[in-house]
Ligand binder design. Structure first.
Ligand code: FE
Ligand code: FE
Ligand code: ZN
Length: 290
């Protein structure tokens, strides 16, 4: 089976899903991830059905399976705290229906930050919010992202994610997105990735793993920072990331790059090429800027 790999791509009011697909094809991807608007705000615009149809057609012709495509929910909605709780739940409900209209099946969500009310209360709020937003007939899976543990972020370890999943009523509508930078920053040693997968399988179950964000990290293990680095240029390193990307047990899981732009240039074409070659490109940055 072919590697399922892509990156974060843009999604504009004008071109919508068509723009996202074309951008990802330009990187040599066979999947992609996008925000349905700006990641840092909740302003959203209506979906153009014609654009969606056109995009699905382009995807079909290029062997992009929609089930591997991912939407990332805006990171400012915080389901862990009661501040703006009703607004956030309402936004999540609307986001689910937007994503369903686009035919996309996976939504990556940052669980939230408890901002002082404590881990248990925060986790309880997240569970309540998810149970309010997910319906029996929802066609999406909400994938809780593993977080770096910056500030009061929840989801920084598998135990916290397990508490949330245990509390969610519709278990077939909940999953996990591992982020390699976040795992590193949260204290997981990615050099021992099999051990991490075993722990995940024991505590949560591998079938819940739906997406992997592939990022290097600007910081050392357990730094709780969350600053992404280009593949092979950070503290995780190329060989470790390649082992994860090509892991036998993760073949069917989409891998999404969220590495930083280099002087306003997207690095994804060059990074994906390097990943496909399985050989570190020490001239990556120059190649991106070419
Ligand atoms: Fe994220
Ligand atoms: Fe991520
Ligand atoms: Zn991050």
């Amino acid at each position: 089976m072919e590697l399922i790999i892509g990156s974060h791509v843009s999604y504009t009011k004008e071109e919508q899903l068509v723009g996202s697909v074309l951008e990802s094809l330009g990187y040599g991807s066979n999947t992609f991830m996008f925000y349905t608007g700006a990641p840092q705000n909740t302003l959203r615009f209506p979906i153009n059905e014609n654009k969606t149809k056109e995009a699905l057609d382009i995807m079909k012709k290029n062997n992009i399976d929609i089930k591997n495509v991912v939407v990332h929910a805006p990171y400012i909605i915080n389901l862990a705290n009661i501040n703006n709780f009703d607004f956030n739940v309402k936004f999540l409900k609307e986001e689910i229906s937007r994503v369903e209209n686009l035919g996309v099946q996976k939504i990556v969500l940052h669980p939230g930050s408890h901002v002082g009310i404590g881990i248990d209360n925060g986790l309880k709020n997240i569970i309540d919010a998810l149970n309010m937003a997910l319906k029996e007939n929802s066609k999406v899976i909400i994938c809780l992202e593993t977080m770096a543990g910056k500030g009061t972020e929840l989801g920084k370890n598998f135990d916290e994610l397990k508490v949330i999943i245990d509390g969610v009523k519709y278990k077939d509508k909940i999953g996990v997105c591992m982020d390699t930078c976040h795992l590193n920053d949260a204290g997981y040693d990615l050099k021992k990735f099999d051990k991490i997968l075993d722990e995940f399988d024991r505590k949560i179950g591998l079938k819940y793993l739906k997406v992997i964000h592939i990022n290097d990290s600007k910081n050392i293990i357990n730094s709780h920072k969350d600053r992404h680095e280009n593949i092979g240029y950070g503290y995780i390193g190329f060989d470790t990331l390649i082992k994860i990307i090509y892991h036998e047990k993760l073949k069917e899981i989409p891998k999404i790059l969220e590495t930083p732009y280099v002087e306003k240039c997207a690095p994804y074409k060059e990074e994906i090429e390097m990943i496909k070659n399985k050989k570190f490109n020490e001239h990556l940055i120059e190649d991106i800027l070419k």
